[in-house]
Design a protein around this ligand. Structure first.
Ligand code: GDP
Length: 175
């Protein structure tokens, strides 16, 4: 059981609309997947928490989702503020979402300057427009800013727990 003194770490999901940020969130927190675009019926910033035990220590991840409001500039800075980790998301089947990463990275470094940054290529169950080499090259261009890369599928529940566990471990090392 976590004590009230459990350190809390804010983790945000950043990326183009439709890449699967809410789905990653939902899959990780509730182990469900909704194969539809109707899930944006409720607008608003949602956040949930999950407590981990890493190396014998409790760590509470506070995971934030924009609920589809990422295109509204006024929510941007409050969404990013105080994030300890940011997951830079794109969809493997959508090269445009990959090409948007640089702009999202600029936002992260501007509004969440202390966040550890991880790269997530979601929808790996679909035919891919982005190769492992593309991902590696992007990381090289980021000069060490990206602390880990993952390919996930919310639909098939692939690598999502693994990704969040690595992120929690990484946050635990510094706290
Ligand atoms: P967001 O706008 O980034 O939050 O994206 P959503 O989580 O709302 O997902 C957009 C669409 O992609 C929805 O129809 C999801 O069902 C679908 N989707 C999300 N993740 C996956 C995945 O891993 N594989 C497939 N095939 N579809 C996905």
């Amino acid at each position: 059981m976590a004590s009230t003194s459990t350190p809390e770490q804010k983790v945000i999901l950043v990326g183009d609309f439709g890449v699967g940020k809410s789905s990653l969130f939902r899959r990780y927190m509730c182990d469900t997947f909704i194969n539809s675009n109707d899930r944006k019926a409720t607008l608003g910033l949602d956040h949930y928490s999950k407590t981990f035990v890493v190396n014998g220590r409790n760590l509470k991840l506070l995971l934030f989702d924009t609920g589809g409001m990422e295109r509204i500039a006024s929510v941007t800075s409050s969404y990013y503020k105080f994030a300890e980790a940011a997951i830079l998301c794109f969809a493997m089947d959508n090269a445009n979402s990959f090409h948007s990463l640089s702009q999202h990275l600029v936002d992260i470094t501007m509004f969440a300057e202390n966040a550890r940054i991880f790269l997530c290529g979601n929808k790996m169950d679909l035919p891919s427009e982005v190769t492992d080499d593309d991902m590696q090259q992007f990381c090289e261009q980021c000069h060490g800013l990206i602390q880990g890369t993952f390919k996930t599928s919310c639909k098939n529940n692939l690598n999502i727990n693994e990704m969040f566990t690595v992120i929690a471990q990484s946050l635990c090392e510094t706290n």
